[in-house]
Write a protein that binds this ligand. Structure first.
Ligand code: IPD
Ligand code: CA
Ligand code: CA
Length: 279
């Protein structure tokens, strides 16, 4: 069933704000538990509490919708084959920042209807910045429209990226970092992929690249697209895979810089240098 998207967006914004209050409160209480899932991925009780709150609110309001959320239901099958509406939730993106008292963390919520991301909401409760977009309706920071900045020169551009928790295959990432750093003005590793992408949308960054999970980027990608960013990949998307859901080798940048970044990132991966010889 098609929904009134404005109404769904208002709801998504409201639950992101309320989840934000939960995570801020948990940090103030200074009772954060630190657990490591899969051996090295930090997860706190605030991640779990926010996920539970968001998932319960969605189920109460939209009982027939499915929920794909990082902590409570990370695997619901192939999004391209699901007929029902789906919510994609990262209860805290930037958990390491959150747990270390940094303020670059966000609640990320995307709404998918008929296999299309229709709504994206990314909320930083520490700065009270609400990034949002409804497909075809532009992107907003709080109530103001946002647009990318068309910086034309890569050597003036600030590019963000990130690194995975799993460190067994760092060489290609280091090689890409080396090549991009040579060409751009500077690099940022801010610690929240969802906010990195929203910062491209708001013109605070000129480009961003990384491999992620769907909950890290589903909402922010729509926000960046609606703000005029080019959203794609610096390697080929496998045949039959919908690019909007493909998490590997994401590249999001202003359309002027996009082709050059894609070229240098692509060529960096081709000529991988073993760590030992990096000097
Ligand atoms: C992480 C952040 C980080 C990115 C990692 C993600 P989490 O998400 O977005 O910036 O580099 O790849 O896993 O674990 O804080 O939700
Ligand atoms: Ca995340
Ligand atoms: Ca998370």
């Amino acid at each position: 069933m098609e929904m009134d998207l404005q109404e769904v967006q208002t709801f998504a914004i409201a639950i992101a704000e309320q989840a934000g209050e939960i995570v801020c409160k948990k940090r103030l209480e200074a009772k954060l538990s630190h657990e490591f899932k899969y051996g090295n991925e930090l997860v706190t009780n605030a991640d779990l509490a926010a996920d539970k709150f968001i998932s319960e609110e969605i189920s109460k309001r939209y009982g027939s919708h499915l929920i794909l959320s990082e902590e409570l239901s990370p695997d619901i099958g192939n999004l391209q084959e699901i007929q029902e509406s789906v919510w994609i939730v990262d209860p805290i993106d930037g958990t390491v920042n959150f747990a270390h008292g940094h303020n670059q963390s966000a609640i990320s919520i995307a709404y998918v209807e008929q296999q299309q991301v229709k709504i994206g909401v990314v909320y930083n409760p520490f700065t009270k910045e609400m990034f949002s977009a409804l497909k075809g309706g532009g992107a907003f920071l709080n109530d103001s429209p946002i647009r990318i900045v068309n910086e034309p020169a890569l050597d003036r551009a600030i590019i963000a990226t990130g690194f995975p928790y799993e460190k067994s295959n760092l060489e290609p990432m280091i090689q890409r970092l080396r090549v991009v750093l040579h060409h751009c003005a500077d690099i940022r590793r801010l610690g929240s992929a969802a906010l990195d992408i929203c910062w491209v949308a708001a013109g605070r960054l000129d480009g961003y690249y990384e491999s992620l999970c769907i909950w890290d980027f589903a909402a922010a990608r729509l926000i960046a697209k609606e703000a005029g960013a080019e959203c794609g990949h610096f390697s080929d998307v496998p045949e039959g895979i919908d690019p909007q859901f493909h998490p590997d080798d994401l590249l999001i940048a202003n359309p002027v810089l996009y082709p050059e970044l894609k070229r240098i990132l692509g060529s960096a991966a081709e000529k991988e240098t073993p760590l030992k010889s990096l000097g």
